[in-house]
Design a protein around this ligand. Structure first.
Ligand SMILES: C[S@@+](CC[C@H](N)C(=O)[O-])C[C@H]1O[C@@H](n2cnc3c(N)ncnc32)[C@H](O)[C@@H]1O
Length: 274
């Protein structure tokens, strides 16, 4: 695997072993190579295959309102109580970070929920969603906001009619929603900035870090969570994927509602349980 580091600069040792192994097996099928030993030899002589393996490790599948329990609780409990709290404290803005936004469905789903809440609650608040991903190709795809019919299957007809425009076989997100989401490239494992420069100072009310922690070894998962805790407060909600809930419980966060995958930091301080 050192060939991949040499050829692409990507250190594969940060990835979970079972995930890495499965990805190599997929590449064996794609290339028609018979054994792992032969595949290692191929990596040693073929830079394109090193790049293909590296790219195959960035799984970018996403969906609108992906985890229905999480999004239902967001819609019915978390966002309404956050909006009321901000109003009581005379604050004007809700700040949300979608920290591995892939092609944008997560960020756009959150924007739809905020729009609906503003319309029904009459609370004069504004909101901004900062959506980041390590992969520039995903960032550019997300910014376009164009989705095929298959990709909008989770969206109700009412929301499709309100927040999308049909263009041929595709659905294009409305300008109203698009203008609320700021997309940029950001690596959660880099040491450069502690929060996305597009957000200037962080201070998020909600951070989604979902469906990426489990690809990494515990040491790197911890680095990601530590980075995020630098720009959140004890009140911030941190949201993971359904299959990553145990990771955050282990890092000193408590789930605000069982099985919601929505967490807050333990009041005593960061990482108390590690
Ligand atoms: C499976 S998608 C999850 C998308 C979305 N959060 C969801 O739950 O539907 C994982 C995303 O994490 C991004 N990613 C992986 N490692 C990252 C890192 N170190 N920093 C930022 N994004 C990363 C990938 O590029 C990919 O788009």
């Amino acid at each position: 695997m050192s060939y991949v580091l040499q050829e692409t600069g990507e250190n594969l040792s940060k990835y979970e072993e079972t995930f890495l192994l499965k990805s190599v097996e997929k590449r064996l099928i794609a290339t028609g190579v018979k054994s792992k030993k032969d595949y290692l030899s191929l990596l040693g002589t073929n830079r394109d295959e090193c790049l293909a393996l590296k790219d195959s490790l960035l799984i970018c599948y996403s969906d609108f309102f992906r985890n229905p329990i999480t999004f239902a609780i967001m819609e019915r409990h978390i966002l309404p109580s956050l909006f009321s709290l901000k109003q009581r404290e005379h604050q004007k803005e809700i700040r949300i970070w979608s920290a591995a936004s892939a092609s944008g469905q997560e960020a756009y789903s959150l924007a739809i929920l905020c729009e609906e809440l503003i319309a029904t609650s009459n609370i004069p608040l504004t909101y901004r969603i900062f959506a980041t991903d390590i992969d520039p190709a995903q960032v550019s795809k997300a910014s376009e906001g164009v989705f095929s019919t298959n990709m909008v299957g989770n969206i109700s007809l009412k929301r499709l009619n309100t927040y999308f425009k049909k263009q041929g076989d595709n659905y294009v997100i409305s300008t109203l929603i698009k203008n609320r989401v700021i997309f940029s490239q950001f690596d959660l494992l880099s040491n450069e900035a502690y929060c996305p420069p597009s957000s200037i100072f962080g201070e998020f009310d909600i951070v989604f870090c979902s469906n990426l922690l489990f690809y990494y070894k515990p040491k790197h998962r911890l680095s990601i969570v530590e980075k995020i805790t630098k720009c959140i407060s004890a009140e911030t909600y941190l949201v993971t994927g359904e299959a990553e809930r145990e990771t955050l419980s282990g890092y000193g966060f408590r789930e605000v509602i069982p099985y919601s995958a929505i967490f807050q930091m333990n009041k005593k301080g960061k990482f108390v349980d590690i």
